[in-house]
Design a protein around this ligand. Structure first.
Ligand SMILES: Cc1cc2nc3c(=O)[nH]c(=O)nc-3n(C[C@H](O)[C@H](O)[C@H](O)COP(=O)(O)OP(=O)(O)OC[C@H]3O[C@@H](n4cnc5c(N)ncnc54)[C@H](O)[C@@H]3O)c2cc1C
Length: 495
């Protein structure tokens, strides 16, 4: 290994996703000297490839749709959805600050909020989409951090040690992943913002050995390897709720991945039906979220499903993955490429041939499709077996027919490093490790487990960026700069 030398700063930030960038912005605003270290060649982490939807309460966009939403209502929905396991202090903190300190703050750095989408578990639509999705939002953060003069942004460099002396964090060691050069950074405080671990199948199975009997796919950012969790654990940081992993089941293996571990979330085909190995439907496919579709899917024997579609249904199909989109524009030719080339997708000119290729019980499969077709033909509002609304469905009648093999995909880590509301990392006795902060998905989005057992859609990216702001401001304050994070809560009461 070659040693590239020593750098001295006030605040060192590990990871350049939404949390790390927001931390860098706050620390720079407090006039601290900041270094940002990223193991990938480019900045942005999972944040920049994400859909970008964020949970916000009481926004002008909601008001423009005639929606009157309050933090109290949102808190109730949040805690209920998390099955009582959410960190309620952090949930309340984010919800009340989501308007001024997230929505308006991001607008202040150039983000435009353009759409509002309803999702299960919410009494009102709260999922706000920025222009150009996660790419647009994260690009604004990157540009702002650069403009504010983050002293060094070091890419292709992985931190492999957090240095602690006399009980106080005082820097880190890192290695250039291309040249092997070592870098040592002395800093008064360190912010860990390394993302989750849903890009590391081994770690997923370590915390969830019960899943070893399933085919589980990696589905977080490629940098979401759990490196930050290990660094913090090594110096006594406490990890909590690590077995809470958010799975999507509308996902198929990425046949282009040389390691054969990654999966692709497939969307935009509401008329599809899920067929299990016995040739049967088993669920209302419109209720497909991590807390609703996933448990039913995983209860199938085996937990592998064929999502059946016909030719016209492919028109709006899209894949939430950088190869299949540019910003928020989805590439239809790439979807066609997937349909034609994936060994996990069967294609046939008749339903009977499709059923044979799927290896399911053929008479059961054909009668299942026939029953669904009849419900569509009769113009029913909902099909009779599981109550799926048929508004967006049609008969399966136009070849070619496809069956996309679905398996569970790990998307988000809902647990992680335990912190207090200043994002200070705690040890197993719930005491502060001096100088050490954690924010974003490495901290279960904020605090260790802001969501609990399940997360409402949009409660990952928003809280990651918000907790990044909180961590950056307090890390700078501990280093002698600024007054820490205050913000402005939305105190609108329940009506
Ligand atoms: C495809 C996809 C779509 C999503 N869509 C949504 C959505 O619409 N709404 C939502 O709320 N959430 C969504 N999420 C989840 C959300 O994007 C993440 O929870 C959030 O971006 C996490 O931000 P972060 O800054 O904590 O981590 P990240 O953005 O993952 O950034 C962490 C960075 O740390 C770097 N790093 C890791 N280890 C080291 C190390 N040792 N040294 C140096 N650098 C290191 C990584 O390379 C990475 O760049 C989505 C996730 C994915 C994968």
């Amino acid at each position: 290994m070659i040693s590239a030398g020593m750098l001295g700063v006030d605040v060192a930030i590990i990871g350049s996703g939404g949390a790390g960038l927001a931390a860098a912005i706050e620390a720079r605003k407090a006039r601290a000297q900041v270094v940002l270290i990223e193991q990938a060649e480019t900045l942005g982490g999972a944040s920049i490839i994400s859909t970008g939807g964020c949970f916000v309460v009481g926004s002008p966009l909601q008001e423009s749709h005639g929606i009157h939403d309050t933090p109290d209502d949102a808190f109730e929905d949040w805690v209920k959805w998390g099955q009582g396991a959410a960190d309620e202090e952090w949930a309340r903190y984010y919800i009340e600050h989501s308007l001024h300190d997230f929505y308006f703050w991001t607008e202040g750095i150039g983000v435009k909020w353009v759409d509002l989408v309803p999702f299960e578990g919410n009494r009102a639509p709260r999922w706000h989409l920025p222009k150009d999705g996660g790419l647009g939002l994260t690009t604004s953060l990157i540009e702002t951090a650069k403009k504010l003069g983050v002293r060094e942004i070091i890419t292709s460099t992985a931190v492999n040690k957090i240095v602690i002396q006399d009980g106080r964090v005082c820097g880190l060691k890192a290695v250039n992943v291309k040249s092997g050069e070592m870098t040592e950074i002395q800093s008064k405080t360190v912010v860990v913002a390394t993302g989750g671990f849903s890009g590391n199948l081994d770690m997923i199975l370590e915390v969830r050995p019960d899943l070893k009997r399933f085919k589980i796919m990696e589905g977080g950012g490629v940098g979401a390897t759990g490196a930050g969790h290990r660094l913090v654990r090594e110096i006594g940081g406490y990890l909590t709720h690590m077995d809470r992993i958010w799975f999507y089941v509308y996902a198929t293996p990425d046949y282009r991945d040389p390691k054969g571990r990654r999966g692709l979330a497939v969307r935009g085909i509401p008329g599809y039906i899920w067929i299990n190995q016995q040739g049967r439907r088993f669920h209302d496919e419109s209720v497909s979220g991590g807390a609703t579709g996933t448990p039913v899917f995983m209860a199938q024997d085996p937990p592998c499903v064929g999502a059946v579609i016909d030719a016209p249904m492919t028109a709006n199909m899209f894949v939430a993955d950088p190869y299949y989109q540019i910003g928020d524009k989805f590439l239809h030719d790439k979807v066609q490429e997937l349909l034609e080339n994936s060994p996990y997708i069967r294609k046939a000119n008749s339903l009977a041939d499709l059923g044979r290729q799927m290896g399911v019980d053929l008479p059961t499969f054909l009668s299942t499709v026939e029953r669904y077709n009849q419900a569509c033909e009769r113009g029913l509002e909902r099909e009779p077996d599981f109550g799926k609304p048929l508004k967006e469905s049609k008969k399966f009648d136009t070849p070619p027919f496809y069956a996309i093999q679905f398996f569970p995909l790990a998307r988000k880590s809902l647990g992680g490093i335990k912190t207090d509301v200043r994002c200070r990392v705690l040890n197993k006795h719930f005491q502060i490790i001096a100088g050490l902060y954690a924010a974003g998905e490495v901290a279960g989005m904020a605090g260790g487990h802001i969501n609990g057992a399940a997360g409402l859609e949009g409660t990952m990216l928003g809280p990651s960026i918000f907790s990044g702001r909180v961590a950056g401001a307090w890390a700078a304050q501990e280093a002698g700069f600024g007054t820490g994070f205050t913000g402005k809560p939305n105190v609108r009461n329940k009506v």
